[in-house]
Design a protein around this ligand. Structure first.
Ligand SMILES: O=C[C@H](O)COP(=O)(O)O
Length: 247
């Protein structure tokens, strides 16, 4: 973690949670936790309106690349804005896999989020087969290229990037701190080819089986600026410990 970039921890509840979980978060996650860390909760969209807390920010888990219209089941940036969101995750590997989302579509979504003055959390990450074949960097580069092509330097500077190796998501197999740092450094250097100041200011989160007992070492890596937390963001005590580890 570099102290020039403010640490960032986002909890992605995925398709989990209910109103009673919302209540326990609102009651327990006070402003002390979020003093030196940007803390964001991304619950399922139907729970957004149940949150009423100024101690942390809200995010959505995905968004349409369209403004409005005949897109059954989709939701727009404006809708999430009205629901109190400041952040929207785009390109999560589960969206890429379950809904066939392409790099180009994800870049369009990020652009739409920025146009609505919200912050996209753009996810990238490789499957195990790519890592085993030794192709991690070219795979991530292709994911980043779509974003770099679609967005201006100013727009890129407003994004948060999340590196989530797919083999580490929900598996309990966390990337080692060195594996995480290697890819985070690669991502930062890749953006430095576009613009050095952009790269230095960019917050890059690690996601994939982050838990209270491994968060500190992961977040201590020079290019790891926090985490995108799945399973452990569903237990308020675990999530608070992870936020504290980012402090
Ligand atoms: O968005 C969060 C990630 O997919 C990580 O999930 P996990 O912490 O359950 O491995």
């Amino acid at each position: 973690m570099n102290n020039k970039r403010k640490p960032f921890v986002a909890g992605n509840w995925k398709m989990n949670g209910n109103r009673s979980l919302v209540e326990s978060f609102v009651a327990s996650l006070d402003s002390d936790v979020a003093q030196h860390v940007d803390v964001v909760i991304c619950p399922p969209a139907v729970l957004l309106s149940s949150f009423n807390s100024a101690s942390f920010s809200l995010g959505a888990q995905d968004v349409s690349a369209q403004d409005n219209g005949a897109h059954t089941g989709d939701m727009s940036v404006d809708m999430f804005k009205e629901a109190g969101c400041e952040y929207i995750i785009v390109g999560h590997s589960e969206r890429r896999e379950d809904h066939g989302e392409s790099n180009a579509l994800i870049a369009d979504k990020a652009k739409k989020v920025l146009a609505g003055k919200l912050t996209p959390i753009v996810c990238v990450g490789e499957p195990l087969s790519v890592r085993e074949a030794g192709n991690v960097e070219s795979y991530i580069a292709e994911q980043l290229d779509a974003l770099i092509t679609a967005l201006s330097v100013d727009e890129l500077a407003k994004c948060v990037i999340a590196y989530e190796p797919i083999w580490a998501i929900g598996t309990g197999k966390t990337a080692s701190p060195e594996q995480a740092q290697d890819v985070h450094r690669f991502i930062r250097e890749y953006f430095a080819k576009v613009d050095e100041a952009l790269a230095n200011g960019l917050r890059i989160l690690y996601g994939g089986s982050v838990k209270p007992d491994n968060a500190k070492t992961l977040f201590a890596q020079a290019d790891v600026d926090g985490g995108l937390i799945g399973g452990a963001s569903l237990k308020v005590e675990d999530f608070i410990s992870i936020c504290q580890a980012a402090n």
